[in-house]
Design a protein around this ligand. Structure first.
Ligand SMILES: [Zn+2]
Ligand SMILES: [Zn+2]
Length: 332
C-alpha cells in the first residue's frame, strides 16, 4: 500500500478529505471511502510488558523522518513527498533521514473531522476580541494559514487496586476510615509530543479527544498530512502519569463514598494488566513569531477545541510601526 495515492480515473493525486473519511482527487474530484475509517473494528489494546516484541513497526508506506533544525520536531512523511516546512515553528530548514529500525508504528488513528476552513473560522472567532488581533492579521499572512498534522497520543488501560486512609474532622473529633477499592482505568491519555505537552493551554486541547472514536491505523488517512514522531516514548509516557493518575483516582475515591475524606486521603495504588494504544490524532496548528517570541495556537482536529498563547503587549515591531506612523505626520 502506498500513501501518495493516484486517482484511478485521471491519475491525479488523491488526498485525505477531513470530515468525509475518504480520499479525494485534487484534479477531478473523484472520491474513495477509506474502509478502515468507516469500519466498526475496535483498535487493539496492546500488552505493555511485551511491547518491545509485539508493537508494529509497519507504517504501510515507505517513510522518512524529517527533523526541524530550528526546534527539533520530528515528523514522519511519505518518502515520495517533498519535505516542506516545520508545522511547529514555520522553519524551512529541515533534514530528512531514514527512520530508525525500532520506530513504532501507530495501531490506531482519529481522522480529521474539522476542515481547514472550519479551523480558520474557529480561530478568527477566538481572536476576535484579543489585543492586536486586526493589526497582526493584516500584517502577517502566515497567521491566516493553519497546518494539519497528526500528533502521537498513548492511551493506557490498567486495573488499579487502591488502599487508602482518610481523615475527617467534625465537631472536634476526627473520623478515620481505611479500606481499599478496585478501579479499571480506561483510555488514560498521555500526549507523546514534547512540543505540545510542555504548554498547559495546548495540553488542554490535546486531552480533549474522544478516543472511543479511534479507528484501526491506515496510511491512507495520512495522504496530504504529515505525522509527528513521538518525542516521549511509551515507557516515559507511562512513567509520567503519576500526578495526573493520582488526581484521577482520588476523584474516583470520591465516587466510592469517600467525599468527606478527600482533603486528607492517603492512598497507595498497585497496577495490574497494563495495556496501551498508540494513536495518532489530528491537530490544526499555527505558529508565528511576534517580537522574537514564538506563539503556537492549536485546534483539536476532531472536536474543534482551540487554545494557545497570544501576544499580550505591544512588541518592538508594533512600537516601530507606531513611531513611523507618527513620523509620517511630521510630529517628531
Ligand atoms: Zn482524478
Ligand atoms: Zn520547527
Amino acid at each position: 500500500m502506498e500513501q501518495t495515492r493516484k486517482c484511478p480515473s485521471c491519475g491525479g493525486t488523491m488526498i485525505f478529505q477531513p470530515g468525509f473519511n475518504s480520499l479525494r482527487c485534487q484534479s477531478c474530484g473523484h472520491k474513495e471511502v477509506i474502509p478502515e475509517l468507516v469500519s466498526k473494528i475496535p483498535v487493539n489494546e496492546m500488552d505493555f510488558l511485551t511491547a518491545q516484541n509485539t508493537a508494529s513497526h509497519d507504517w504501510g508506506m515507505e517513510t522518512k523522518v524529517v527533523t526541524c533544525k530550528n526546534c527539533g520536531a520530528e515528523t514522519i512523511q511519505n518518502k515520495l513527498q517533498l519535505s516542506g516546512m516545520c508545522p511547529f515553528c514555520g522553519s524551512t530548514t529541515v533534514e530528512a533521514a531514514d527512520p530508525a529500525q525500532d520506530m513504532m508504528a501507530p495501531n490506531g488513528i482519529i481522522p480529521f473531522k474539522i476542515t481547514e476552513n472550519r479551523a480558520l473560522y474557529i480561530f478568527k472567532d477566538w481572536i476576535k476580541d484579543r489585543f492586536l488581533a486586526p493589526e497582526l492579521l493584516a500584517q502577517d499572512a502566515k497567521l491566516n494559514k493553519f497546518y494539519g498534522i497528526y500528533v502521537p497520543l498513548f492511551t493506557f488501560d490498567v486495573l488499579t487496586e487502591n488502599r487508602f486512609t482518610g481523615r475527617y474532622s467534625e465537631d472536634g473529633r476526627t473520623l478515620l476510615r481505611c479500606g481499599k477499592f478496585r478501579h479499571q482505568v480506561d483510555d488514560f491519555p498521555v500526549v507523546a509530543s514534547k512540543q505540545l505537552a510542555s504548554d498547559k493551554l495546548l495540553l488542554n486541547v490535546m486531552k480533549d479527544y474522544w478516543t472511543k472514536e479511534a479507528k484501526p491505523y491506515t496510511p491512507d488517512a495520512l495522504a496530504g498530512f504529515p505525522c509527528e514522531h513521538y518525542s516521549i516514548g511509551l515507557n516515559e509516557a507511562w512513567n509520567s502519569v503519576g500526578p495526573d493518575m493520582d488526581f484521577y483516582l482520588k476523584n474516583e475515591a470520591g465516587k466510592q463514598g469517600l467525599t468527606r475524606y478527600l482533603k486528607e486521603l492517603d492512598m497507595t495504588t498497585e497496577y495490574f494488566d497494563l495495556k496501551y494504544k498508540y494513536l495518532i490524532v489530528p491537530v490544526w496548528i499555527n505558529s508565528f513569531y511576534y517580537d522574537n517570541k514564538l506563539y503556537t495556537i492549536v485546534i483539536n482536529g476532531q472536536t474543534g477545541k482551540i487554545d494557545g498563547q497570544w501576544p499580550k503587549s505591544f512588541g518592538t515591531f508594533a512600537k516601530k510601526a507606531a513611531l513611523f506612523f507618527l513620523g509620517s505626520f511630521g510630529l517628531d
